[in-house]
Structures are given as structure tokens and as C-alpha cells.
Design a protein around this ligand. Sequence first.
Ligand SMILES: Nc1nc2c(ncn2[C@@H]2O[C@H](COP(=O)(O)OP(=O)(O)O)[C@@H](O)[C@H]2O)c(=O)[nH]1
Ligand SMILES: [Mg+2]
Length: 296
Amino acid sequence: MIHKSGFVNIIGAPNVGKSTLMNSLVGEKLSIITNKPQTTRHRILGIINEFNFQIIFSDTPGMIDPIYPMQKIMMQYVEKSLEDADIILLTTEIGKFEDVSIFNYIFKKKNKNVPIIILINKIDKIEKKYGKCSLSHTVNYWHRLFPDSEILPISALKRMNQDLLMNKIKSLLSNHPPYYPKDYLTNRAEYFFVNEIIREKIFFFYQKEIPYSVEIHTKLFQDKNTFIDILSYIYVERDSQKGILIGKKGNAIKKLKFFSIKSIEFFFKKKIKLKFFVKVCNSWRYDYKKLKYFGY
Ligand SMILES: Nc1nc2c(ncn2[C@@H]2O[C@H](COP(=O)(O)OP(=O)(O)O)[C@@H](O)[C@H]2O)c(=O)[nH]1
Ligand SMILES: [Mg+2]
């Protein structure tokens, strides 16, 4: 039997729908999604296994010009995923015309023969907001930048053209044995998803710099048969942020806990006991040592 396998890496600007796309392709919510940029901080693998193929998707942080150390590390993940890709899904959205310097960068970093598929996402918005001509505008713009690449309009949210995309990917895969055991869905451990789910809730419930200043570190994840016992530390960068996170009479953190539990229970399909500790870790985003401690 011929087995095909390969790394399909999703890259693109912040907020274009990379995480939504990976989750919808894999059929599991592995990556968190918010309407704010720079939600995804790590590279996350999502694996599809069939008897004759294995596709390893990578969701990556949005491409930006990095300013502080955490962003620099985030961009190293993007760089790495340009280097090890077998297929690149360069994702953008309808009506978006990005800076050309990004593409020069992609060409410089990627391997010569690696095909790029350009995905123009969010085409479900055509009728409502943009009108049909905007799609042809966007397609033309990308075609000029990448004349050799296939361009596919999709909607990750509404799963439009997903079959077309999957067929295209399969046709480009090379013969190769599986890279991961065939029951693997991701490269991440359970506590990683706990961290990410809590972080997603923080993006929803808190404003301004709070979500960007927060890091979660799950110290305990113990499956006790009838429930899972979890202890998560929430780190903020300053004392004042600790107050905001906890809120008046602890109301804010109670709400955070309630909705985190709901989502974690949904993810693991099991009852959860969750405990939070809020701690201050001064300016951790700017400190390579602390970033390393947090797994960056
Ligand atoms: N209308 C529409 N919205 C989408 C689509 N895909 C993603 N979004 C929204 O775009 C926002 C950013 O999505 P996300 O997957 O987090 O983008 P990422 O930063 O590129 O990973 C979220 O509010 C998504 O719900 C789509 O196909 N159509
Ligand atoms: Mg993302």
C-alpha cells in the first residue's frame, strides 16, 4: 500500500482565520480563536490520519514585525514552519492587500520547490460586505505576487471549498510513511490545551493589554477517574493587573473560572475541578529567561 504524508503549514497575517481553518480541517478545536490579533502564540500541530495518508497541519502565530522578545520568538516559530513545510497554505482574507515585504520574506525562507496555495478566506462575507468584484480584485492582487501558485477562495468558518482544498493537498503529498503514530491528533500535551482555553476566555472577558500580559501555567493535571483535578497559575506582568484580573469581590475571576471549566469539560468530555492562583511575573514578555520557563 502507498502511504502519503507531509507537513502542511498555515501562515499569514494576524486575524485572517488561520486557527479557524486548522480547527475546521482537523475537526477539533485545537487552536483558540478570538477576534483580536496575536492570539496564537505557539506553533500547534493538528493531525489528520487516514489509512493511506497522514497530514500534519501547523497553525502558527500571525506574521508581524516583532517588537518585544515574545513576538520575536513567535516569529521564529513562523520561520521554522516556512523551513520545514511540504506545502504552505498562505492565508489571507477577502479585501486584504498586505505589504509586499512579507512575501519577499516568505520566498527567502521557504524551500525552493515547496508549493504555496493562496487561500482567500472569509468569502462568506462577499455578499454582505464586499460584493463580488472585491473577490476578483483580491485574486488579481495575489496572482500578480504569486503567479505560480494556485489561489483558492474559502470560508474556514462556513467550510466553503474545504473539499477542494483537501483534494488539492492530497494531490501534492509525497509518498512517505507516517511521521507520527496514527492515533496522534496533536503534538501538544493536555495541560497545553488547558492553558490555551483559559487564555481564550481571558481574551473574551478582559480589555486592552490584559490578555497580552497574561500567561497561563498549568501545574497540575491529574485524571482522577470521575473528574480531572487541575491547578493553573495565571501570571500577569504587574500588581495592578492582578487586581483587574481578580475584580471587585473576586467577581471577574469567578466568571473566568466558570466559563473556563465549561470549555475544559467540553474539550476533555469529563468533569473538571479547577483552581487558580494569580501571580505577578514582572515584564515576562520582555525577558528571555522567563519566556523559556513558560515554554517559548
Ligand atoms: N466571516 C468569517 N469570519 C472568519 C472566518 N474565519 C475566521 N473568521 C473570524 O476571524 C477572526 C480571527 O480568526 P482566527 O482563526 O483567530 O484568526 P488567526 O489570527 O489568523 O488565527 C475570528 O473572529 C473568526 O471567527 C471566515 O471564514 N468567515
Ligand atoms: Mg490564530
